[in-house]
Design a protein around this ligand. Structure first.
Ligand SMILES: Cc1ncc(COP(=O)(O)O)c(C=O)c1O
Length: 451
């Protein structure tokens, strides 16, 4: 197609479906993909289907997101019904019933300390919203000097400028200039020397939280607004918090009047066997971000939950004045609310928010059963999350896991996810025991034949 026809002719073109050039794919090796595409055309339950009709076992819940399984009827129908009833309504100075219903339903599964929910459209927006709420909260209390934000090395908090600033993955930061000022990072908790092949939480490493005291001493605690961490770091390749680590962060932040934010975009909605990681680890933060499993990824939606007292701090000044100058056109979009409410029904009716706890022992055995495969330097697991870390090929880091990923897809009909030389797994929470065995068998096949 030449440039002119592309601009002038809006009728369907014979070649538009097969021309892969126009879509600039996110977080993708575009040239490699387009030379050997991996297409998914439809999905049902635990499986994707390719255009050629191959059935692909979803080992990653899409992107850590499709917790209820694919194309679940009650969720699909709720979205369809809502689209015909109320397609859109603004939530700036207006409201619609589902937004309030969903907020209350979420409070029902959050720790009882939480009081309000703020909606957005993605995990990245949830993170930026949480950071902004933290900054504004301190200002409302007359502590506007608290402007510093502390993240953690290897953290992933999405791709907004706030998220990459507090995030700690070098590749996500290096092209994008200085980012937010006044950000510092805790050391990460990954340590193969002490913790390789740990099942569940490592015993070693709680002391790494003391790094926060070092950072606070440097900047003075009174300048710090918030500390943000993923309770289990996901996208960087599954880093599981050592026993006692998160509680230490809680104690130190509370001592200094600093807000603690848990980024629960991956860990929320049953991934660890509790509704949220906060409950799993018994540590209550001040703000929690969520997305992904909130609608089982059917309609984009993110949210920030705020501990009781934060919202009240904003409720001052003249009553006709906006209290928080923040929001998105699609905050609490009716289709997303309908999808989330139906998803919460499925979670409740099928016990999915606690199912990972039941499956975790078998999952753990299946993952650690791969320990003898070549090049495996670590295996770690918690809830329905697993990671297999491979030794990098000399001079070509990342290529061994990349080959494992493509071969799992093309040869074993299994969808996995990779970061560097780590294979990460996080299947839908509806997975059956036999499918856990299928994942392990496919991975064994790939790993034993990979150079
Ligand atoms: C912990 C965490 N925070 C934020 C995000 C960003 O979410 P989104 O891609 O929906 O913007 C992700 C995505 O994987 C995530 O894992």
């Amino acid at each position: 197609m030449n440039d002119m026809s592309r601009h002038q002719d809006l009728s369907p073109q014979a070649d538009v479906g097969s021309d892969l050039d126009a879509f600039w794919m996110p977080f993708t090796a575009n040239r490699h993909f387009k030379s050997a595409p991996r297409m998914l055309e439809r999905a049902e339950g635990m499986y994707y289907y390719t255009p050629e009709g191959r059935r692909i076992l979803d080992g990653t819940a899409g992107l850590w997101a499709v917790n209820a399984g694919h194309c679940r009827k009650p969720i699909v129908e709720a979205i369809q019904k809502q689209a015909a009833k109320l397609d859109f309504a603004p939530t700036f100075q207006m409201g619609h019933p589902l937004a309030f219903e969903l907020s209350n339903r979420l409070l029902g599964i959050l720790p009882p300390e939480f009081g309000q929910v703020f909606f957005c459209n993605s995990g990245s927006e949830a993170v930026d919203s949480a950071l902004k709420i933290a900054l504004a909260y301190h200002r409302m209390r007359g502590e506007g000097q608290r402007t510093r934000l502390i993240g953690r090395e290897r953290g992933y908090h999405g791709v907004g400028f706030g998220g990459i600033s507090v995030g700690g993955i070098a590749g996500n930061r290096k092209h994008f200039g200085p980012m937010l000022a006044g950000v510092d990072h805790l050391t990460h908790t990954h340590n193969l020397e002490h913790n390789a092949f740990t099942k569940g939480q490592p015993q070693w490493g709680a002391h790494l939280a003391d790094d926060l005291e070092r950072i606070l001493a440097l900047h003075d605690p009174s300048t710090v607004a918030a500390v943000i961490v993923e309770p289990v770091a996901g996208s960087t390749g599954v880093l599981i918090p050592p026993v006692g680590y998160l509680q230490k962060l809680r104690d130190i932040t509370a001592k200094h009047g600093i807000l603690l934010i848990f980024d629960e975009v991956i860990t929320g909605f049953g991934r660890l066997g509790s509704p949220f990681a906060a409950q799993h680890f018994g540590v209550v933060p001040d703000l929690m971000t969520m997305a992904k499993g909130l609608t089982s990824a059917t309609v984009p939606m993110g949210a920030v939950a705020a501990r009781k007292g934060l919202y009240e701090t904003f409720m001052q000044g003249p009553e006709k004045t906006i209290e928080l100058f923040h929001g998105y056109t699609y905050s609490a979009h009716p289709l997303a609310c309908a999808a989330a409410l139906a998803t919460l029904d499925v979670y409740r009716d099928e016990g999915l928010l606690t199912r990972a706890a039941e499956l975790a022992p078998q999952w753990e055995r299946a993952m650690h059963g791969l320990r003898d495969c070549p090049n495996v330097v670590d295996i770690r697991n918690i809830g329905l999350i697993g990671a297999i870390e491979l030794a990098p090929r000399a001079g070509a880091p990342g290529t061994r896991a990349f080959d494992a990923f493509t071969r799992a897809f093309h040869e074993q009909d299994l969808l996995t996810r990779i970061t560097g030389d780590i294979i990460a797994l996080s299947p839908p929470l509806i997975i059956e025991p036999a499918q856990i065995d299928d994942i392990a068998a496919s991975l064994r096949q790939v790993l034993t034949t990979l150079d």
